[in-house]
Ligand binder design. Sequence first.
Ligand SMILES: [Zn+2]
Length: 157
Amino acid sequence: MFKLDDEAALLAAFRPKDQKQVEVPKDLALPRLVHDYLAWTHPSGGRVFLIFQVPGGVPIGIAFDADGGGGGASVPHLCEWCHQTGAGNQVGLLSATVNAKRRAGVHVCVDLSCGKKLEEAADLGGYSARPGLEKLVARMARFAEQALQIDPLGSGR
Ligand SMILES: [Zn+2]
């Protein structure tokens, strides 16, 4: 759990090159405590924003482009982050800028509703969602670190 004090703190989680693309939702109440992660989609679609924090780390923001799902809606796809399956229009490629020449992508729930899906699965299965949510945030951090070269612990910012 981490706290976002205001819009400046929210924007500061993103890399400078991403900050101008970030659209803060009008209905996002700040300050707020964030459990696990915060995600929202751009009102006009096509972009998804994520902020998470690993234990001992700093809030990390990622600005994703959504390319609109991985294909046939009837074919189930596996989300790489929450490991829940969704139809092709629910699980798709989100990509983010690594540098001027490269992008990196991950196949996940296109609205990043991973946490909600894990909670629903846990409720149905009668077990705690907590371990799954912690693994989810760890996978987000691994993507940030390995694919985007962002240090989740905040050094080198
Ligand atoms: Zn997911």
